[in-house]
Design a protein around this ligand. Structure first.
Ligand code: DAH
Length: 366
């Protein structure tokens, strides 16, 4: 009997001190397991004479009960401790962004329009807009293209069957230049605006889509001259292409709404099948490429918008946003711009977290 008592006490002490669940399980097998000493002791009861059994049985039974209970208690304590340790170890920072890729991306045209707005905001230009469904007075007549002007025919205009209450023809604007008229009428002078937006022409091939994007610029003030125009466009192109070595060539040209008119060329070189803007077009291996139309605003346009051309002068410029995007980010086929193919967008799109800003720079990092 004293053997059992001693063994039981030793077992209870070991169980209470079991360092982990594995050690506890080993102790359970040693005691209550099939070959454990408690189980073996129970088996010996069957071989005893009745009086012996009556005496021995309670001690063995109570040893078994005490050990079983001690194991349960220790097991619960060890499990609770293990859970505590795991909770302390596994931390989740709920303020971290989810580990999934953002699925949307910013279209290169939107990206470039944001970049343009940011660059010109730095130069003091506000963003203006006008309707895409225009009348022929704003789109043509006020811009010095009356009904008989040959430039009207060159614009491949989409016309609507109806007219405005004033009897004007209604059309999809063929360029952003009518915003010049609307901005002067609405805000007067002095004025510094850019107007990015959609324009429409009945034309479609690899380099033309019936809808495309332009950006217009207009400065109206006193004593404005071509030097202001050149400096502004040079500053803009250097910021946009993020290169200091941009060289401009001003080439005499003709637009009805500017006088004199100049087309702006920049020097570029071919690198890896792409046009890389930079350097003079007269350098070896370089050529010139037209990037903007511009000029001093025609007196007749200033007058049509209700301002006195003897008091106010200005310059204007316009160009294709899609073409600027193609040049800067190297996309060949214009039609893919408007297919809405998510694979194209995933490849050429920009992260919505990379907004061009004056403080962080307008160049996209994507
Ligand atoms: N509106 C012209 C076009 O669509 C582009 C343009 C040229 C705009 C010269 C201007 C400008 O403001 O001065 O082809």
């Amino acid at each position: 009997m004293t053997d059992i008592t001693r063994e039981t006490e030793a077992a209870l002490a070991a169980i209470a001190a079991a360092p982990n669940l594995a050690a506890l399980e080993a102790l359970r097998l040693e005691t209550l397991g099939k070959k454990g000493w408690v189980s073996l002791a129970l088996k010996t009861l069957g071989t005893m004479r009745p009086e012996e059994r009556q005496q021995a049985a309670p001690a063995i039974q109570s040893a078994r009960a005490a050990i079983a209970e001690a194991i349960e208690v220790r097991k619960a304590a060890l499990e609770a401790a293990e859970l505590e340790a795991r909770l302390a170890r596994e931390t989740i920072d709920l303020t971290l962004p989810a580990p999934v890729q953002p699925r949307g991306s910013v279209h290169p045209v939107s990206q470039v329009m944001d970049e343009l707005a940011e660059i010109f905001a730095d130069l003091g230009f506000a963003v203006a807009s006008g309707p895409e469904i225009e009348d022929d007075w704003h789109n043509f007549t006020a811009l010095n293209m009356d009904e008989t002007h040959p430039a009207r025919a060159m614009h491949d205009t989409f016309y609507f069957p109806d007219r405005t209450p004033e009897g004007r023809e209604v059309l999809l604007r063929t360029h952003t230049s009518p915003v010049q008229i609307r901005a002067m009428q609405e805000h007067g002078a002095p004025l510094r605006i850019i107007a990015p937006g959609r324009v429409y022409r009945s034309d479609s091939d690899a380099t033309h889509t019936p809808m495309f994007h332009q950006i217009e610029g207009l400065v109206i003030d006193k004593d404005i001259h071509l030097g202001h125009l050149k400096w502004t466009l040079e500053t803009f192109l250097k910021a946009f292409f993020e290169r200091e070595d941009i060289v401009l060539r001003l080439r005499p040209s003709y637009f009805p709404f500017t006088e004199p008119s100049v087309e702006i060329d920049v020097g570029y070189a071919m690198e890896g099948g792409r046009r890389i803007v930079g350097g003079s077009g007269d350098e070896p291996g370089h050529a010139w490429m037209e990037v903007l139309g511009s000029g001093m605003v025609n007196r007749r346009v200033i007058a049509a918008a209700g301002l006195d051309p003897d008091e106010w002068q200005g310059f204007a410029f316009g160009t294709g946003v899609d073409r600027l995007a193609q040049l800067k980010y190297g996309m060949n086929d214009l039609r893919a711009f408007f297919d809405g193919d998510p694979r194209w967008l995933a490849h050429y799109g920009f992260s919505p977290f990379d907004q061009p800003t004056l403080s962080a720079g307008v160049g996209a990092r994507a």
